[in-house]
Write a protein that binds this ligand. Structure first.
Ligand code: ZN
Length: 302
C-alpha cells in the first residue's frame, strides 16, 4: 500500500512537472498584436517629419516604458536628396533584464514610406503609405512580446530595437535604405554580442508565406535553420523552407557589424509601397504565427 502510494505520488509529481514545463512558454496573443497594429495605423502615415510620425514615436516610447527595464532613444539625422533636406529620426531601444550577458536581439522598423511609388495609380506616387504591414506589423508583434517579457521573465536577456529611417530609400541605391540600423550598428558597444538577432518586416499579411531570405541564409545560416526548424516543430507551415528572395533590409548593417541577424519577411505582398497597405490586408492569425515562433525561441532558446 505504501509502495503503491509512493508510486502514485511520484507519478503525480512527474505529471505536475511536465505540465509546468509545458506552461513555460507564455501564450502570444495575435488579437492583442493586431490591436497594436491598428493603433499605429490610427496615427496615419508615420513617415519622418509628419504629425503621425511624431505621435507614434511618443506612443511607442511611452508603451515600451510600461514593459521594459530600460528604454532609450538614439536620435540621428535622415537626409533626402532632390531637394537636399534632412529631418530628425529616432531609433527606440528597449532592454529587458539588461544585466544578463546571454541575450537575443529582436527588431523591426517603425517608420513608413513617404511615397507610394508602387501604387498602380501614378497620381499616388508621392503620397505617404499607411504601412499596416510594412512598418506596423513587425512593431506590433514586438510590442506584444514586450508585454509577455514584462509578466514572465525568460532565462535570457532581450533587446527590442525599433528602427527609424528604413523606408526612405531609392531604387538602385542600397545604402539609402536601412539608415536607422546602420546608425545602431555604428554605435554598438564592444560588450554587445547577442546570440542572434531576428528582424521582422512585413509579417502581417493575411496570406502569409515567409520564405528564407537570401542574405540571412548566406551569412547567418544557423539562425535561419534554428528559426525554420522551430516553426516546423510548432506546425507553423507558413515558414517555407526555401530561399525566396534577397532584400537589403535592416539586418544587413547588423550582419556587417558581426551580429548574426536574419530577416523574417514576406516579400510576396501585392500591396507593398502602395496606398492599399492597410490593416484589412493583415490578420491576427498571421501575427500570432510569427509571435508564437518568436516566443518559443525566447523562452526555450536551446
Ligand atoms: Zn517598405
Amino acid at each position: 500500500m505504501t509502495t503503491l502510494r509512493l508510486i502514485f505520488l511520484q507519478a503525480l509529481v512527474i505529471l505536475l512537472f511536465s505540465n509546468c514545463s509545458a506552461q513555460k512558454v507564455p501564450v502570444f496573443s495575435g488579437e492583442n498584436a493586431y490591436k497594436y497594429l491598428q493603433k499605429q495605423c490610427d496615427f496615419g502615415p508615420r513617415n519622418p517629419g509628419s504629425e503621425g510620425y511624431r505621435q507614434c514615436r511618443d506612443y511607442l516610447i511611452r508603451t515600451m516604458r510600461l514593459f521594459a527595464d530600460d528604454v532609450s532613444t538614439q536620435p540621428f539625422l535622415l537626409s533626402f536628396p532632390n531637394p537636399t533636406t534632412s529631418v530628425s529620426a529616432t531609433n527606440i531601444i528597449a532592454k529587458f533584464q539588461p544585466k544578463k550577458t546571454d541575450r537575443i536581439l529582436l527588431c523591426a522598423h517603425w517608420d513608413t514610406r513617404p511615397w507610394a511609388d508602387q501604387d498602380p495609380d501614378p497620381e499616388n506616387h508621392n503620397t505617404p503609405i499607411l504601412g499596416a504591414n510594412d512598418g506596423a506589423s513587425g512593431v506590433a508583434v514586438l510590442l506584444e512580446i514586450a508585454t509577455l517579457l514584462h509578466v514572465q521573465k525568460p532565462e535570457i536577456g532581450v533587446d527590442i530595437v525599433l528602427f527609424d529611417g528604413e523606408d526612405e530609400g531609392t531604387e538602385g541605391d542600397e545604402r539609402s535604405w536601412a539608415k536607422g540600423s546602420a546608425v545602431f550598428a555604428q554605435q554598438l558597444g564592444s560588450q554587445f554580442h547577442p546570440r542572434f538577432g531576428i528582424l521582422l518586416d512585413m509579417i502581417g499579411d493575411s496570406d502569409l508565406t515567409i520564405y528564407k531570405e537570401a542574405f540571412s541564409n548566406q551569412y547567418a545560416p544557423d539562425v535561419v535553420n534554428l528559426v525554420w526548424n522551430r516553426a516546423a516543430n510548432l506546425g507553423v507551415t507558413e515558414f517555407i523552407p526555401q530561399v525566396g528572395y534577397g532584400v537589403f533590409d535592416d539586418h544587413i548593417p547588423l550582419l556587417e557589424a558581426g551580429i548574426p541577424c536574419i530577416d523574417l519577411i514576406d516579400f510576396n505582398y501585392p500591396y507593398w509601397h502602395t496606398l492599399m497597405d492597410t490593416p484589412d490586408k493583415c490578420s491576427p492569425e498571421s501575427l500570432e504565427k510569427v509571435g508564437r515562433v518568436l516566443t518559443s525561441l525566447i523562452y526555450e532558446p536551446d
